[in-house]
Design a protein around this ligand. Structure first.
Ligand SMILES: [Zn+2]
Ligand SMILES: [Zn+2]
Length: 387
């Protein structure tokens, strides 16, 4: 992209973003705002401006309108001194947050709506690069191509299913109250699940990591369903846990194997069929992975992280991170698409199809006049630039 095209492109997106932030009450006020750390990224600049603190939404909004940042973040933690360096902030607690990202689900539809963008020159193409040639860009021979996806309805449904699965664990296995669980669309291709229950705020990274381990099914043991290893290779004995197989993971695995606490003989038969203790253990691992929730462990474990603020725009899409009322009916490509519809002239780098605000765009020409929300979406996906 030439310098002037780049400047024009950034200015088009910034002005659409600023227009959004001028609307009142779009950003959700965090609890204990004065104890949070804030940060933001600016367009075409590396590195985050962070360790900021605001005493009110008025102060925060003033900064946002002035800077029109690309992305705006707020800590899940609250601190005595949020603007101090990390070691001196004095951590008081942090909201528990889970991240479900569509790209971690590896859905089969993804390749049909993925594009490849050269990290060096920005050339975009719908065709997969030839791996044997070492991923070269046809324009500049750059070696690094980024994969960009325009999530489809199937992708969004897949992420929603994973959210529901997570909520089953949180309310069922862990006894959290439904009312303490807030689901947010991430603004691009996933969901953030926030837990607003003070009981979890003081959990340290290890405790959060244990929670993630449980929910994702990591480290589930054959012993959990009563299959114990004996000294010799692959020999085993069966002793059901005292509390039975009625709850949590035990119930899940027992259900999958169609066994009850009374069916020692049946379980023995299943383990023998698999070939003994070790192959059965491998099978339990696989079942746990299949039945666990695919969450990003690092996001939940990090108690000093800054998170995209609810109500702010995601610069990877121009969509808004927002709270989902009814998850089933929530359509992010309609409800979170809140930029204006004034016409923006763009040069589109490759033919592309998308549907936003219930309007289908099938763009095959290089130059197009698009409503700002669609133009910004394609620019954020690096598939277009301002003309
Ligand atoms: Zn290139
Ligand atoms: Zn898809």
């Amino acid at each position: 992209m030439t310098q002037s095209a780049l400047a024009k492109t950034i200015s088009a997106v910034r002005s659409a973003f600023r227009g959004y932030y001028f609307k009142p009450n779009m950003i959700e006020t965090p609890d204990m705002i004065e104890q949070r750390e804030f940060g933001y990224m600016q367009f075409a600049q590396v590195g985050m401006v962070r360790h900021l603190s605001f005493n009110s939404m008025k102060e925060l909004t003033a900064t946002i309108i002035k800077e029109a940042p690309a992305d705006i973040y707020c800590s899940n933690a609250y601190y005595r001194f949020p603007t101090y360096p990390m070691q001196e902030k004095q951590w008081l607690g942090a909201d528990l947050i889970f991240d479900i990202d569509g790209k971690d689900l590896h859905l089969p539809c993804v390749s049909s709506h993925s594009y490849f963008v050269c990290a060096n020159c920005g050339r975009a193409s719908a065709s997969a690069p030839d791996e044997k040639k070492g991923y070269p860009c046809q324009l500049c021979s750059g070696k690094e191509l980024d994969s960009v996806s325009i999530p489809c309805a199937n992708c969004i449904d897949g992420s929603k299913k994973e959210v529901k699965h997570l909520i089953e664990f949180l309310t069922g296995d862990l006894g959290m109250k439904q009312g303490a669980i807030q689901v947010y669309f991430s603004g691009n291709n996933g969901f953030h699940v926030h837990i607003s229950d003070g009981a979890y705020a003081r959990l340290d990274p290890q405790a959060r990591s244990d929670l993630v381990g449980y929910i994702s099914g990591a480290g589930l043991m054959a012993e959990s369903v009563g299959v114990r290893k004996r000294n010799a290779e692959n020999l085993f004995l069966i002793k059901f846990p005292k509390s039975g197989l009625a709850y949590g993971w035990r119930a899940r695995v027992a259900d999958k194997l169609k066994i009850k606490s009374s069916s020692i003989i049946k379980l023995k038969h299943i383990v023998e069929q698999r070939g003994g203790y070790t192959p059965f253990k491998v099978d339990v691992d696989r079942m746990a992975r299949d039945m666990g929730v695919r969450i990003d462990p690092q996001v939940t474990t990090d108690v000093h992280r800054v998170f995209r603020m609810p109500g702010t725009l995601n610069s990877k899409s121009g969509l808004v991170k927002m709270k989902c009322g009814d998850l089933d009916s929530f359509d992010p490509l309609v409800e979170a698409c809140l930029l204006g519809d004034n016409k923006v002239s763009v040069r589109v780098k490759t033919s592309v199809k998308l549907k936003l605000k219930n309007k289908s765009f099938n763009i095959s020409k290089e130059s197009a006049e698009l409503p700002a929300y669609a133009a910004v979406y394609l620019i954020c996906k690096r598939l277009a630039e301002a003309n």
